[in-house]
Design a protein around this ligand. Structure first.
Ligand SMILES: NC(=O)c1ccc[n+]([C@@H]2O[C@H](COP(=O)([O-])OP(=O)(O)OC[C@H]3O[C@@H](n4cnc5c(N)ncnc54)[C@H](O)[C@@H]3O)[C@@H](O)[C@H]2O)c1
Ligand SMILES: N[C@@H](CCO)C(=O)O
Length: 337
């Protein structure tokens, strides 16, 4: 049976969930694709594990010091890298070095962190094009909510006219908890942290940066734009007080933090800000940590998706959806269907 060797760099909540889900799905990959998918390496910032025959779940709690970094991944022989380190869009984060090394060497990459993609997207795309590697980023582009898949596959051939998205679980959770449970901002934020979906630096959520990063990825990777973060107008949710929530409630309005893409004179404009919706609007129904996207296109009209799942499993599943798309793009058609 053909083998496919996978490495995971970044071994926090999402990296571990992805490793465990991949190991649970090994029989599925064998039966559906006829491929023995092996997890051959994992690493955090200073420690890791490697085994060319495939790591087992019980080994994953015992990382060994020193086994980390892009060279470690290369030495493991992995053909696919899953990158799940911290997101830092200002510097590209540690993911940038891992991705540059892997893509230059022709390794297919599944990216879950947003930093490197936002900071150096065109460079990473060029490295992938030059080496023939595939670059997939569902986990970075709102994860359990399908976004790029809709643009790339479901709406292929249509001209997208606008995109509107609730793309950040944490801010949606906060606004919803403040409105429906009367919870204070800080208490709701603590719940989002406990749920494992808030960023390590929660200002990236509450100031709108995480929404902005995802919006930029949709524009650049889904619609062929070349935006940088400086092109986006970004507003967070710190200005939302109990009084504003009450005023909106009395008017039958529901606040959401929303990213918007539209075309002005043929150029894409992107912004992030608070919008209010009438109770009858589907965006008003996107509760808790759920997310949503509404795409308006010339030929298919309005397309709407709403979703989310328990984290970090849902993000792990989005990354492994990319893995199946890589298997298919590499000629492994599903055997069962
Ligand atoms: N948690 C979610 O719901 C969610 C959803 C979608 C995307 N993401 C993204 O996934 C990524 C991981 O999220 P998380 O919740 O697991 O965060 P986390 O902080 O738990 O994990 C990040 C891990 O990366 C490791 N790391 C730091 N520097 C490294 C280096 N140089 N080499 C290898 N590893 C390094 C850290 O030690 C840490 O264990 C983030 O970029 C986040 O934005 C998270
Ligand atoms: N912190 C993000 C998860 C990572 O994208 C969110 O709340 O949606």
């Amino acid at each position: 049976m053909q083998t496919l060797k996978v490495a995971i760099a970044g071994f926090g909540g999402v990296g571990r969930a992805t490793a465990n889900l991949l190991l649970q799905r090994r029989d599925h990959y064998r039966q559906v694709y006829g491929v023995d998918v092996r997890l051959v390496a994992v690493c955090g910032s200073r420690a890791g594990l490697v085994d060319a025959n495939g790591l087992q779940a019980k080994q994953l709690d015992d990382l060994q010091p020193g086994l980390s970094g892009p060279d470690f991944v290369a030495a493991s022989g992995a053909e696919v890298l899953i990158e799940a380190g911290p997101s830092d869009f200002r510097s590209g984060g540690p993911g940038l070095d891992y991705l540059c090394a892997a893509l230059s060497a022709g390794r297919d990459c599944i990216v879950i962190s947003k930093g490197a993609l936002v900071h150096s997207g065109p460079r990473l795309r060029e490295l992938a094009r030059a080496s023939g590697a595939l670059l997939k980023l569902s986990g970075a582009a709102a994860a359990a909510l399908p976004t790029l898949d809709l643009l790339e596959h479901s709406l292929a051939g249509c001209k997208v006219l606008s995109v509107e998205g609730i793309l950040n679980a944490t801010t949606n959770y906060l606004l919803d908890a403040m409105r429906t449970q009367g919870l204070g901002f800080d208490a709701a934020l603590r719940e989002a942290q406990a749920g494992g979906f808030a960023e390590a630096d929660t200002r990236n959520d509450t100031e709108g940066w995480d929404t902005a990063c995802k919006l930029l990825l949709l524009a650049n990777f889904g619609l062929g734009a070349r935006l940088t973060m400086a092109d986006l107008e970004v507003e967070g949710i710190h200005s939302v007080t109990e009084q504003r929530i009450d005023a909106w409630k009395s008017q039958g309005l529901v606040p959401r933090l929303v990213g918007n893409l539209s075309y002005v004179d043929g150029a894409i404009r992107a912004s992030v800000g608070i919008k209010t919706y009438a109770l009858s609007d589907p965006f008003a129904l996107v509760s808790g940590k759920n997310k949503a996207i509404r795409i308006n296109s010339d030929a298919m009209g309005e397309t709407l998706a709403i979703g989310g799942g328990a984290e970090p499993l849902a993000t792990a599943a989005a990354a492994l959806k990319d893995l199946e798309h890589i298997l298919q793009a590499r000629g492994r058609s599903p055997l069962l269907y």
